[in-house]
Write a protein that binds this ligand. Sequence first.
Ligand SMILES: N[C@@H](CCC(=O)N[C@@H](CS)C(=O)NCC(=O)O)C(=O)O
Length: 232
Amino acid sequence: MIDLYYWPTPNGRKISIMMEETGLAHKVIPLDITKGEQFTPEFLKINPNNKIPAIVDDEGPNNQPLTLFESGTILEYLAGKSGKLMPKSAREMWITREWVMFQMASFGPMWGQHGHFTHYAPDKVPYAIDRYTKEVLRLLDVINFRLNEVEYLAGDEYTIADVATYPWAITYTRREIDIAAYPHVERWLAAVGAREAVQRGMAWMSDSDQRDNPTKEHLESYFGKKQYERRS
Ligand SMILES: N[C@@H](CCC(=O)N[C@@H](CS)C(=O)NCC(=O)O)C(=O)O
């Protein structure tokens, strides 16, 4: 059984989609990051970086429990465990990992910062908004260029690279983005979004998604002093 520490955010939804796609046995442990539950000593042992998603697989390699954080690594692990959504050929496998890494290192963090400065930041800083808006559009153009050549990010097959990128890319709906200017991304979003497993994964606990109406406690938990307390 895999325990999944989860909250309905783009990074959390990568793993809810993956669970739905693979059918792996799991137990969801809601970790309310808007209330500071990511800072408990118990959870910091699982992820010292105080973030969801994280998993504990009691049947990890060599039949020993395995704890993992970082959504890209979790996706790779679950693909390996289930034999799904990672191509078998070495060439396609490396290309899949390349696009997962691109999502983890560029697409997600830049879209996250854009969300921070346009939505959460108490001061609207024009330079930061301009910088991250340009980056968001540049990264959309990178995948648009790619998806003009291939059906899915890693090539012909739907893979964990698509699972990693979809929950972030679909947040264009709450940003000032004209998605029609990126027609290949629009086609890919429709194809991925039509998958039943994706729809089920995106819906997990969506009632708890407080992004649009953050409370004081929520903002304090995300950006307040607990984030910066020394741990040792
Ligand atoms: N690189 C990490 C990022 C995870 C992440 O940023 N999680 C956010 C929610 S989307 C979180 O738990 N934030 C709570 C916090 O920073 O205290 C991953 O991909 O797993």
